[in-house]
Design a protein around this ligand. Structure first.
Ligand SMILES: *Cc1c(COP(=O)(O)O)cnc(C)c1O
Length: 379
């Protein structure tokens, strides 16, 4: 087949072989006459808890709400500070801000793009109430050292594992080490639903129970409120459909890893353009599930030029993320300025995500590689 375009991700191809099972799940919910929470959600939660090897898994309305709920359980609010990376999706810091607390941004590592652990300690103050590392692009932050750091300062750890279901550090899966793990089932995540959805995990009975109560407006029993919570529930339909996909999570991850390895191998063999740096090799401590495959260019002009070329060739690409959070207009009051977190700022200007999804064909990948080489030859 002659390839003339490659999408960034193609969910239709993921779902096609599951169509009969997805329809059966839909019909089961249709006929169960119960659409929010209920047995479908409970079953899905048990399956997630088993897959992750975690004591408690709560289906919630989104990854963003999982983060918000975790912070609410910890009673984080005005006057409190929460440490998180600047180079991440907005929701990580948005949840902190919405509770009236202050996000304290830390720069990222230039190779993994994850939180730079060595810079965390200097940002801890008596007001610091939690740490939220993000397992960016499908690779966990180093969970052992993070746990140790959090324990030394008696700070709860909330893992933003939205992009990293199935990822691991040594034998610890993402979302199982901290007080909380927060997952997203946004369609483009490694385990994507058919709309919004998320999961909050915890190994702690007391924290999980409070999260359960806050998930439904803080009521227990129904209509009796000791806390003010919210509506953070997962739909039965999402749970039923996600249950069809959950057993494939590791296969999807393996296929993504194989695509990533193939990009790296073929680009190196073909004489990768010197302007393009490939993702850093993954050390044996990490299981990287490649939610994204990220290139680094030498400067912003090159990145924008490559982006324009890929667009011309109809090759999907994306910038994750063009503005680091410490420079977002809504956080201007926090007083950060350009130059404060230089590694994040440079990453925002020079990185580009390539197409990667489990069903991407070798021919499609060859077309992307060819385009990168052609672009390089023109420089
Ligand atoms: C997607 C994502 C979220 C938010 O998840 P939603 O389900 O879209 O609300 C949070 N953090 C990170 C790092 C994400 O990638």
């Amino acid at each position: 087949m002659n390839i003339t375009s490659v999408p960034l991700i193609d969910l239709a191809r993921t779902h096609a072989p599951l169509e009969a099972d997805l329809k059966a799940a839909f019909e089961r919910v249709l006929h169960a006459n119960s659409y929010i929470m209920g047995p479908e959600v409970t079953r899905f939660e048990s399956a997630c808890a088993e897959y992750l090897g975690v004591k408690h898994a709560l289906g919630v309305s989104s990854g963003s709400d999982a983060l918000l709920l975790a912070l609410m359980v910890l009673e984080i609010g005005p006057g409190d500070e929460v440490i998180c990376p600047s180079y991440t999706f907005f929701a990580t810091a948005g949840a902190i801000w919405r509770l009236g607390a202050k996000p304290v941004f830390v720069d990222c590592d230039p190779l993994s793009y994850n939180l730079n652990l060595s810079q965390v300690e200097a940002k801890i103050t008596p007001q610091t109430k939690a740490l939220i590392p993000v397992h960016l692009f499908g690779q966990t932050a180093p969970l052992g050292p993070l746990r140790e750091l959090a324990q030394r300062h008696k700070l709860p750890l909330i893992e933003d594992a939205a992009q990293a279901i199935g990822a691991a550090w040594q034998d610890h899966k993402a979302g199982t080490v901290g007080e909380f793990g927060c997952f997203s089932f946004f369609p483009s995540k490694n385990l994507g639903g058919f709309g919004d959805g998320g999961l909050l995990t915890s190994q702690d009975d007391t924290l999980a129970e409070k999260a359960r109560i806050l998930r439904t407006h803080g009521s227990k029993p129904k209509y009796y409120h000791h806390y003010v919570g919210g509506n953070f529930r997962l739909d039965a339909l999402q749970a039923a459909l996600l249950q069809v996909k959950l057993p494939h999570t590791d296969t999807y991850a393996q296929k993504r890893q194989a695509k990533a390895a193939r990009y790296t191998q073929l680009l190196n063999e073909a004489g990768r353009p010197e302007q393009i740096t490939l993702p850093a090799p993954v050390s044996a401590d990490f299981k990287h599930v490649f939610n994204q495959y990220i290139l680094r260019l030498q400067n912003a002009e090159q990145r924008d030029s490559l982006m324009a070329y890929l667009n011309e060739q109809k090759i999907g690409n994306a910038i994750y993320y063009p503005v680091p959070l410490h420079l977002q207009a809504c956080f201007a009051d926090l007083g950060y300025s350009e130059g404060d977190l230089p590694v994040s700022e440079l990453a925002a200007k020079t990185t580009l995500a390539l197409p990667i999804f489990p069903e991407m064909s070798d021919e499609e990948q060859d077309y992307v590689i060819e385009a990168l080489l052609c672009w390089g030859a023109r420089q």
